[in-house]
Structure formats: structure tokens, C-alpha cells
Design a protein around this ligand. Structure first.
Ligand code: URA
Length: 220
């Protein structure tokens, strides 16, 4: 189903959540260096929930008729196809609970990508994916999209496992313009759903203004 929040500044395959006052307030809370861990987790989880709902909103549905307890038929819809989640470790694991809250007993795989010290390129270190992943829609989870290197590598891994590009939805809290362009241009058939696109990257490849290291703030 098409979403009213689509924003085509970065291409038709990029959806930026509407910048409501609520979303801006939640992002302000998690960006604040004074926010301690408990609040960081609570407010990040609220944004993650918005992203998961928007991701699910982009899955296909088919007509479904049900009879209500009033004895009247209702012409509704039901989801078509099966889904799974794949988190890019470690920060992406923070988004798993939000997905489970919306999709009971969803299968979730994991991918670990790190910089290869010799080549400096992103390298796959570990992947554990559902064996039938090629039949599923995949919600790929990573909260921070900086240069896009890990995300691009993770998508390559999914494609190597037979996932169709147009069945990948990448869910992300904060993106840099460089990262979002790199991902959406290289893989035009997959969708990226992000809560916010920030100004850029600093000299350490951190998103700026950003929120620092998401994994450290969520898990430590
Ligand atoms: N990962 C983070 O946690 N923060 C950034 O700013 C970039 C990548």
C-alpha cells in the first residue's frame, strides 16, 4: 500500500518518515548527549516502532473477507507473503525487539560486517540467515547509515542467498545523504525507510549532528 509519507528527494525507493513534532521530539531526546541509557533505549524503541510500522505498510496485501460478530461481512485485506528480519550487528540488534513486537514469532537472522584491516573494505565475518530466506520479504535493520559500506555489503549477502532485491526493505533511524544515495542508487529496486536524513559525516565517518555511537548508547 502506498504511504503518504513518501518523499522522493532521494529517489522513489527512499521513504523518509513525516517530520512530525512527535518524531522530532523523539529524535531530539536520543540526540541529546545528556540523555542516559534508559531513556535512550525507551525513545529509540518508539522511533523503531514507527519504522517497523512503515515497513509493514509497504508490504503487499490481498483482499480478504471476514464475518464480524455482528453477522456482517467485512471486505478487508491480509498480508501476502512471509517476512523475516535481518539485523546488521551489533547496532541493528537493537531493532529486533521492535520487529518482534509487531510480528509475533518472526524469524530473525544476523549479519556481521567489519572493515578488513588489509583492504580497508567492508568484509563479511558472520551470517546466520533463515534457510528459506529466498522466499521471504526481508526487513534489513541498521539504525545508522553513514557511508553505506556495511549496508551495501549486507544487501550483497542477501542477494547471494537468493533474496530478490525488490523484497528487501531497509529500516534505518538516521542516514547521511552520502549513505542514502549510495544504497538507493546501487539497489534501485529495494526500499529504504529512514526516520531522518542528517547533514553529513564528520572526519571519523560519524553522522553529524547524529547521536554518537548508537550501539554504545543502546547497549552499554
Ligand atoms: N554508527 C553509529 O553508531 N553512529 C554514527 O554516527 C555512524 C555509524
Amino acid at each position: 500500500m502506498a504511504s503518504t509519507s513518501q518523499n522522493h528527494q532521494y529517489g522513489e525507493n527512499v521513504i523518509v518518515l513525516p517530520p512530525t513534532a512527535q518524531l522530532q521530539a523523539l529524535l531530539t531526546l536520543i540526540r541529546d548527549e545528556k540523555t542516559h541509557r534508559g531513556d535512550f533505549v525507551f525513545y529509540s524503541d518508539r522511533i523503531i516502532r514507527l519504522l517497523v510500522e512503515e515497513g509493514l505498510n509497504n508490504l503487499p496485501v490481498v483482499p480478504k473477507e471476514v464475518r464480524t460478530p455482528t453477522g456482517v461481512d467485512f471486505n478487508g485485506v491480509s498480508f501476502e507473503g512471509r517476512i523475516c528480519g535481518v539485523s546488521i550487528m551489533r547496532a541493528g540488534e537493537a531493532m529486533e525487539a521492535g520487529l518482534r513486537d509487531c510480528c509475533r514469532s518472526v524469524r530473525i537472522g544476523k549479519i556481521l560486517i567489519q572493515r578488513d584491516e588489509e583492504t580497508t573494505l567492508p568484509k563479511l565475518f558472520y551470517a546466520k540467515l533463515p534457510e528459506d530466506i529466498s522466499d521471504r520479504f526481508v526487513l534489513l535493520l541498521d539504525p545508522m547509515l553513514a557511508t553505506g559500506g556495511s549496508c551495501l555489503k549486507a544487501i550483497e549477502v542477501l542477494l547471494e542467498h537468493g533474496v530478490k532485491e525488490d523484497k528487501i526493505l531497509f529500516l534505518n533511524l538516521i542516514a547521511s545523504p552520502l549513505g542514502i544515495q549510495a544504497v538507493s542508487q546501487r539497489f534501485p529496486k529495494m526500499k529504504t525507510i529512514t526516520a531522518w536524513v542528517d547533514a553529513g559525516l564528520d572526519e571519523h565517518a560519524y553522522i553529524t549532528p547524529g547521536l554518537g555511537d548508537f550501539g554504545d548508547r543502546y547497549f552499554l
